[in-house]
Write a new protein. Structure first.
Length: 183
C-alpha cells in the first residue's frame, strides 16, 4: 500500500471523528482554539494509536475483533449520545453539547470512532507497510479533520442554539446504529 492508499484510508477512517467533532463544536458559543485542539488531539491520538494496537494484535485476535468491533462502537456512541440527549432535554439550559470539556467523554468518543482503525491495523500487519508511518499519517489526518470539524460545528451551532445537545446526541446514536449495521 502506497502513500495515496494510506492517505485515502486515513481520510476514510477520520470521517466518523469529523462527524463527532462537528457535534462537539456545535455547542460552543464562540470558537476556542484550545478546545478544538484538545478534541483534535484526543481523536487524532486514538486514531493513530489504534492501528498500532491492531498491528500488534496481528492475526491472533483478528476474527474476534472483526466480529465485535461494530458492537463496541455502537454501545459507546449510543451511551454518549443518550447522555447528551438526556442532558439536552432535562439538564441545565446553559450546558450544551460542546460547552464543557470532559476528558472521559472525549476518550469514549475517541475510542468509539477509532475501533475501525484497530481492524485496519490488523490488516496492515500483513501488507508490508511501515506501521509507524501509517499510524502517524492516520493520526495526523484525523487531528486536522477533527480540528476543522469543531470549527465548522461552532459556526453551525451559533445558528441553532437551543437544542444542540439533543441533535448532537441523536447524530451520535445514528452513527452508532450505522456502524452496527455496516459491521
Amino acid at each position: 500500500m502506497g502513500f495515496i492508499g494510506l492517505l485515502t484510508a486515513a481520510l476514510g477512517l477520520s470521517a466518523d471523528a469529523f462527524t463527532v467533532a462537528v457535534c462537539k463544536g456545535m455547542g460552543l458559543r464562540r470558537f476556542s482554539a484550545r478546545y478544538a485542539l484538545t478534541v483534535a488531539a484526543f481523536f487524532g491520538g486514538f486514531q493513530g494509536l489504534m492501528p498500532l494496537a491492531g498491528w500488534l494484535l496481528g492475526n491472533t485476535l483478528r476474527l474476534y475483533i472483526a466480529r465485535f468491533d461494530h458492537w463496541i462502537a455502537f454501545f459507546l456512541l449510543c451511551a454518549v449520545g443518550t447522555k447528551m440527549v438526556f442532558d439536552g432535554l432535562f439538564g441545565e439550559e446553559e450546558i450544551s453539547l460542546g460547552s464543557r470539556l470532559s476528558y472521559t467523554e472525549l476518550a469514549a468518543l475517541g475510542a468509539a470512532t477509532s475501533i475501525d482503525a484497530l481492524a485496519v491495523g490488523v490488516t496492515l500487519a500483513f501488507l508490508q507497510v511501515n506501521i509507524l508511518t501509517a499510524a502517524a499519517l492516520i493520526g495526523s489526518v484525523t487531528f486536522l479533520v477533527s480540528f476543522l470539524g469543531v470549527t465548522a460545528g461552532c459556526r453551525l451551532g451559533a445558528r441553532f442554539d437551543s437544542r444542540i445537545s439533543v441533535m448532537g446526541g441523536i447524530v451520535l446514536i445514528l452513527l452508532g446504529v450505522k456502524l452496527l449495521f455496516s459491521g
